[in-house]
Design a protein around this ligand. Structure first.
Ligand code: PMP
Length: 429
């Protein structure tokens, strides 16, 4: 343990040297020093079951030996050159992405984060359509730069008080608290239909694209009903508006399909990815069909985007996901976890709504009058952390418990998670 400075000293240095916007979880945080697949370890050697995967990043597990070996081999051979010189990992990775992404998505630009991917996708949409306006969904999150933050529909993450103009927000498909007081399918997808009204009333008509996460992550695991994206796409097509699907949090097997938009059987015009593509190395990308890509001909470069090391890591990640069929594993284990959570819900009215797909599940915690139970959730998460389980939290009211573990998690791990959750919930209620 004396190899490490310890959590108190980390907190002190963080206070002195890190800009305070960098936010952390827990009243009494631990210092993490080691990761092994679905487990993390702190300075005292205590083991934690990681049920959040660093927000959907390490889908293949922490320090996955197969991926780590590829990274080590590449980092000791050729680490960096910049895209002004020819190397092969970048093109091989792009070819692999084209093979696993839906429909005609084929040509990719690589960068280093989800924010950059969305920023680049917006620029591409404007170049292709010649239009400048955008539509985004309430409760969406797309990044922390001026434009991507302006596209974000969660005030917690909208620090900028002078957002970029020309962005209109549409209601998200939040069925548990439907803004129309309706139920699916009788609602006839009123929230999707509203997009047409917004185009006609709140924009100049010159909209380049609509941004949407297939399942909203930070927004609270908001999971649109079947048919939602088909309707959205029909409306957008009528006005020649592109659909940009942000798969930064949902991609690479997480939801039981390689990409979450596949649950809706819709082909996006542009898809953005990051997080799980690098399994912990900094990778971001946007990918599109040739007709759109080929309009973007003026020089563009990202110094670190597509570098040999992160591209090798990403290829090894895709290999691991496909070889082990992690999408099916996520679907199966997700059903198992959902069933366990549903049983807990029968005994605990605090568990208001369970939603998501695969191993991207959210539980909205509520009081008897359906008001958000954020304080109880914080207590629960702290106690679960003390018992060795790291669970996420999101939603505009910070009352959604989020399960997004490495997809290599086992049934035995989930049993132990559910047993501990049952104990902690019993003590809370
Ligand atoms: N899009 C989504 C859906 C995200 O969840 C995030 C990060 N939470 C981002 C974009 C931004 O990604 P990054 O932090 O890699 O810039």
């Amino acid at each position: 343990t004396d190899r490490y400075i310890g959590p108190a000293e980390v907190l002190r240095k963080k206070k002195d040297y890190i800009i305070p916007c960098v936010y952390h979880f827990y009243a009494e945080p631990m210092q993490l020093v080691k990761g092994e697949m679905q487990y993390l370890y702190d300075t005292t050697g205590k083991q934690y079951l990681d049920c959040f995967a660093g927000v959907s990043v390490v889908n293949c597990g922490h320090c996955n030996p197969e991926i780590t070996k590829v990274i080590c081999d590449q980092v000791t051979t050729l680490q960096h050159t910049c895209t002004i010189y020819l190397t092969e990992n970048i093109v091989n990775l792009a070819e692999r992405l084209a093979a696993i992404t839906p429909g005609r998505l084929q040509k990719t630009f690589f960068c280093s984060s989800g924010t950059e991917a969305n920023e680049g996708a917006a620029l591409l949409a404007s170049i292709y359509t010649g239009r400048q306006e955008f539509i985004s969904l309430r409760q969406g999150l797309h990044g922390r730069t001026k434009l991507t933050m302006s596209l974000t529909g969660l005030s917690m993450w909208r620090t900028d008080t002078s957002p970029v103009g020309g962005i209109s927000f549409a209601p998200n498909a939040y069925c548990y608290r439907c803004p129309y007081g309706k139920r699916h399918p009788e609602c006839d997808l009123a929230c999707a239909n509203e997009i047409e009204t917004i185009i006609k009333t709140s924009t100049s008509g010159q909209v380049a694209a609509l941004f949407a996460e297939p399942i909203q992550g930070n927004g609270g695991i908001i999971t649109p009903p079947p048919g939602y994206f088909k309707r959205v796409k029909e409306i957008l097509d009528k006005f020649n508006i592109l659909l940009i699907v942000d798969e930064v949090q949902t991609g690479f097997g997480r939801t039981g399909k390689m990409f979450a938009i596949e649950h809706y059987d819709v082909e996006p015009d542009i898809m953005t990815v990051a997080k799980a593509l690098g399994n912990g190395t900094p990778v971001g990308a946007f990918t599109t069909r040739p007709e759109i890509a080929d309009k973007y001909t003026r020089p563009g470069a990202s110094t670190l985007g597509g570098n040999p090391v992160t591209s090798a890591a990403a290829m090894a990640t895709i290999d691991f996901i496909t070889k082990n069929d992690l999408p099916s594993r996520a679907a199966e284990l997700g059903d198992y976890l959902r069933q366990g959570l549903t049983e807990l819900q029968l005994k605990n009215p605090l568990l208001g709504d369970i939603r998501g797909h695969g191993l991207m599940l959210g539980v909205e915690m509520v009081n008897a009058d359906k008001s958000p139970a954020a304080v109880q959730l914080d207590l629960l998460l702290e106690q679960m952390k003390n018992r060795g389980f790291l669970i996420g939290k999101n939603g505009p009211e910070r009352n959604v418990m989020a399960f997004q573990p490495p997809l290599v998690i086992t049934r035995k791990d989930l049993d132990s998670l559910l047993n501990n959750l049952a104990d902690v919930l019993a003590a809370l209620t």
